[in-house]
Design a protein around this ligand. Sequence first.
Ligand SMILES: NC(=O)C1=CN([C@@H]2O[C@H](COP(=O)(O)OP(=O)(O)OC[C@H]3O[C@@H](n4cnc5c(N)ncnc54)[C@H](O)[C@@H]3O)[C@@H](O)[C@H]2O)C=CC1
Ligand SMILES: O=C([O-])CC(=O)C(=O)O
Length: 345
Amino acid sequence: MKPSILRSVHSALTRGSSQISRRGYGSEAVPERKVAILGAAGGIGQPLSLLMKLNPLVSNLALYDLAATPGVAADVSHINTRSEVAGYQGEEELGKALEGSDVVIIPAGVPRKPGMTRDDLFNINAGIVKNLCTAIAKYCPNALVNMISNPVNSTVPIAAEVFKKAGTYNEKRLFGVTTLDVVRAKTFYAGKAKVPVAEVIVPVVGGHAGITILPLFSQATPNGNLTEEYIKALTKRTQDGGTEVVEAKAGKGSATLSMAYAGAIFADACLKGLNGVPDVVECSFVQSSVTELPFFASKVRLGKNGVEEVLGLGPLSDFEKQGLESLKPELQSSIEKGIKFANQS
Ligand SMILES: NC(=O)C1=CN([C@@H]2O[C@H](COP(=O)(O)OP(=O)(O)OC[C@H]3O[C@@H](n4cnc5c(N)ncnc54)[C@H](O)[C@@H]3O)[C@@H](O)[C@H]2O)C=CC1
Ligand SMILES: O=C([O-])CC(=O)C(=O)O
């Protein structure tokens, strides 16, 4: 990688600490923050571990998986950045990995193969998420939980139910990571609108599967004056972005590198919020009253307690209003499926 590219990756991930410095703290005054990654040896987990090791807001990085974490941790730990890295392997070490965590990121679970929907992962991943969240409730009940494991539309409600049963649920601290939808929407929009990708802002709302992913290109900036036909094509491409990667990988999994990037951006936003950086806003799938659905992705203001404010949808085009109505039944049923699973097993 060219030094200039490394510098821009680094600066994208370090904006939080520089804002803190500008607000009168020396870099040594950045608070201690422990981040745990569950599923750290996987396709997402490894590059995500690397990116979190580059984040100067992290003081302790705990890498947990069923196997192979000693190697990943040894490797990542040689990077000369702030955080101390520790690897934890097997269920007997899960408690130690979690204890004291401020943010827990969960990319543990099986990925799709061509021809599968995210819901086809439910039978395996629901149980994994349930067990991991049971441990989170026990060992770090106040951590912010960043759920990556699919189907996010169901795994987030499962986590909420597990935390409710344990008496630790705080709706401000549970997030479904939908940042990859935003990352894709920005990239695809910039390409079609011929605007600089670094300047693009596009909210993506709803959920994280097929038509439940609703990019709001009518609110995209800079304004690219795209025709309705282009907007429809961009919407479809964003909704099918995960499938595009699954097909291109042809049986070797789903998005890992772009997901690690997106997961690192979202975790960084959570850390900035915890550290009191103002105006940190990202889209996320959270408990919500923006629509009649109990969970919904929209812009969220992050702060010292996690979610400070769930922001509304803003003005929608007719096409987006239609998309919103069409996604509700599927999203509702995925949410109910998660709640039912958590309460019956
Ligand atoms: N939210 C999003 O936007 C995205 C979500 N995903 C989802 O992320 C998940 C992981 O994907 P990949 O990293 O590609 O899969 P992977 O199979 O490469 O890695 C998953 C890792 O989880 C570990 N694991 C399994 N059960 C575990 C347990 N009980 N405790 C701890 N670790 C456990 C495995 O050992 C493996 O290392 C999948 O469910 C995938 O669908 C993938 C891309 C985007
Ligand atoms: O499509 C998948 O299975 C993985 C995923 O969630 C994404 O890439 O958005």
